[in-house]
Design a protein around this ligand. Structure first.
Ligand SMILES: *Cc1c(COP(=O)(O)O)cnc(C)c1O
Length: 385
């Protein structure tokens, strides 16, 4: 089966992990700070906090921004569930903003209309999680302007978008948001097996997230509330978690980061080839803003109404041919957990229409020309009139 995505592990990656395995530290050593510094430098952020997953990063990002019971977090229904769940971990409520069918990211127009209504109802969000779906940046300037006007914080869920550029600037530099989160799960652009990172320009948010990542414990005398009993002293000043990244993960991530630029380039070449080879089929190919650079985490086509086969049939046909197509994503508000919170099918029509038609084609750094030709041929065979 040709997967829709997979990691690429080089001899250098293996050597980096093995060297760390033989070193003095398996956790809380030098690799994690080195990985943090390297990612922060690569994207132009002042601070980086590495954790064991992007899900954990989203959680501590929300906590650092003060999200809690009585507050609202808004996000797109077309995302992985973690973009919304982070609010629930904090005891906050979730609502969704329907997508723009062209960009597939949350619609700025829908957001503006929803904010106007929320202001009347006194129910403005505290945090907006802006998901850069497929690695395509959201319109951050527009979101930032609304954040200023209505007083909410913006977290970029850039799990798909390390290596992307928005208006010529790297996603993650925090120019238009409070915190940006990356994922290093194996299907993402670069991997640390499991892992995530939160980036910010604000020292206060970085300090909060560092504290929350490791039990709420500080060894910094300046942060302690009592005078230390001795040099062994530490204080738990808040309720935190163990969300630490291991040294092995950081060593792998650091090694992979050397190839970030290369991986994004390869993905762009593969996507350009799909664009060309699939033109003319009854598929809506992914639109990309010429002013930006997508990280191309996913290549999602939409099966047009009236095509010889609908998305469900096409999915099965391709799977039967050994092509591991996938669907990103089932709208979060239709998941049973969210239905129990009061959401229902029909709530976000653009998201639901997108979901009915969307199909993710294989796209990853190690996809061979031959494999890509197999995917293209199978699509032509299935969809030729
Ligand atoms: C993968 C992903 C996450 C979660 O990442 P983990 O590192 O697996 O926790 C969150 N949001 C989006 C949009 C993702 O694709």
């Amino acid at each position: 089966m040709i997967p829709y995505g997979r990691q690429q592990i080089t001899d250098e990656d293996v050597a980096a992990v093995v060297a760390t395995l033989r070193s003095d530290f398996l956790t809380q050593g030098p690799q994690v700070p080195a990985f943090e510094a390297a990612v922060a430098h690569a994207v132009g952020a002042a601070h980086a906090v590495a954790v064991n997953s992007a899900t954990s990063a989203l959680h501590i990002a929300c906590l650092a921004l003060g999200l809690g019971p009585g507050d609202w977090l808004w996000t797109s229904p077309i995302t992985f569930v973690a973009s919304a769940n982070c609010a629930r971990y904090c005891g906050a409520a979730v609502d969704f903003v329907d997508i723009d069918p062209q960009t597939r990211n949350l619609s700025v127009q829908a957001l503006q209309a929803k904010l106007e209504e929320a202001e009347r109802l006194g129910r403005l969000p505290k945090v907006l999680v802006a998901v850069h779906l497929c690695g395509d940046p959201c319109d951050m300037q527009a979101l930032h302007a609304l954040a200023q006007r209505y007083g909410f914080a913006v977290v970029e869920d850039a799990s798909h978008a390390i290596g992307a550029q928005y208006r010529g600037q790297p996603v993650g530099n925090g120019r238009w948001s409070d915190i940006t989160v990356f994922s290093f799960h194996p299907v993402k652009i670069i991997t640390s097996a499991e892992g995530g990172m939160a980036l910010t320009q604000r020292a206060d948010l970085a300090e909060r997230m560092q504290l929350l990542r490791s039990h709420g414990i500080t060894r910094d005398a300046a942060a302690m509330t009592q005078s230390p009993d001795g040099p062994w002293a530490y204080e738990q000043i808040d309720l935190g978690f163990n969300y630490r990244m291991t040294e092995l993960q950081a060593a792998l991530g650091l090694s992979q980061l050397n190839r970030l630029h290369h991986y994004v380039q390869v993905r762009q070449q593969l996507a350009a080839r799909y664009d060309k080879a699939l033109a003319g089929l009854p598929l809506t190919l992914p639109w990309r803003d010429a002013r930006d650079q997508s990280a191309l985490h996913l290549y999602v086509v939409r099966v047009q109404p009236g095509a010889p086969m609908d998305r469900a049939a096409l999915f099965e046909r391709l799977r039967a041919r050994g092509i591991g197509v996938n669907v990103h994503y089932i709208p979060v508000h239709t998941q049973p957990y969210y239905r129990r919170l009061g959401f229902a099918p029909g709530d976000f029509p653009q998201a639901e229409r997108y979901y009915a038609e969307a199909l993710s084609l294989p796209l990853f750094a190690g996809l061979t020309d031959e494999q890509q030709a197999t995917v293209v041929a199978a699509l032509h065979e299935a969809l030729a009139a």
